[in-house]
Design a protein around this ligand. Structure first.
Ligand SMILES: O=c1[nH]c(=O)c2ncn([C@@H]3O[C@H](COP(=O)(O)OP(=O)(O)OP(=O)(O)O)[C@@H](O)[C@H]3O)c2[nH]1
Ligand SMILES: [Mg+2]
Length: 204
């Protein structure tokens, strides 16, 4: 089946312009020995994310890259959700870090999340990751992973990317920003979505 073939011996585009994600997805793919190239490195345009779900936006990005390159493409749409904020920033997580003049400021975004959520006793937060694999013919398959925990502020740790320093996974003592990359990989939303993708390949 096509899904299994991609992981076994394919060439694949990682359909992201985010270096932190590219690195983590490439690490998850490393055991398969595939030839991978990132959308950013190919100079592909950044597609507009017009859907209101992680899976919907990941599909847009994966299909755009697959159609532009003629290769299968794997996109990641992800975000940070806070229960006290009704799941925000959620699918708009990147927008909350956007600066008016362009670029992103994650320290500012984390401070905004903390300021809005601070009045509420409920500290529950989670990361979501949708991985969508798409082919140039328009076929696509999607997988969704989550990791739950609590938000903390001020941020802790210099590792990872994005909102990692304000997320403490359930039962853990270190934030994603403090953990070794391998420890984040063992439990992350991205790793969970990837495990579902791998499982689908093995049973295909
Ligand atoms: O602390 C984090 N740990 C993570 O593991 C993680 N995964 C995603 N994010 C953040 O969530 C938004 C996704 O937005 P997003 O899916 O549109 O991605 P993006 O715009 O950065 O790149 P692209 O893939 O769309 O090109 C961006 O702000 C990311 O920084 C994370 N933050
Ligand atoms: Mg994006």
């Amino acid at each position: 089946m096509a899904l299994a073939r991609v992981l076994q011996r394919g060439r694949l585009v990682i359909a992201t312009h985010n270096e932190g994600k590219r690195r983590e997805v490439a690490e998850l793919l490393a055991p398969f020995g595939m030839e991978v190239v990132a959308a950013g490195a190919l100079g592909l345009p950044v597609p507009e994310e017009t859907e209101d779900s992680f899976l919907g936006n990941a599909r847009i990005k994966a299909l755009a890259a697959a159609r532009a390159t003629g290769l299968p493409a794997l996109a990641d749409d992800s975000g940070f959700s806070v229960a006290a904020l009704g799941g925000d920033p959620g699918v708009r997580t990147a927008d909350w870090a956007e600066l008016p003049g362009g670029g992103r400021d994650y320290a500012m975004a984390m401070a905004k999340v903390a300021a809005l959520a601070a009045p509420f006793p409920d500290r529950h937060a989670w990361f979501s990751c949708a991985l969508v694999l798409a082919w140039p013919d328009g076929h696509s398959e999607g997988f969704l992973g989550e990791v739950h925990g609590t938000w903390v502020h001020p941020p802790r740790g210099e590792r990872g990317f994005g909102y990692d320093p304000m997320f403490l996974p359930e039962g853990g003592a270190e934030t994603f920003g403090e953990m070794e990359p391998a420890a984040k990989h063992a439990i992350s939303h991205r790793a969970r979505a990837f495990a579902l993708l791998r499982e689908a390949c093995l049973t295909a």
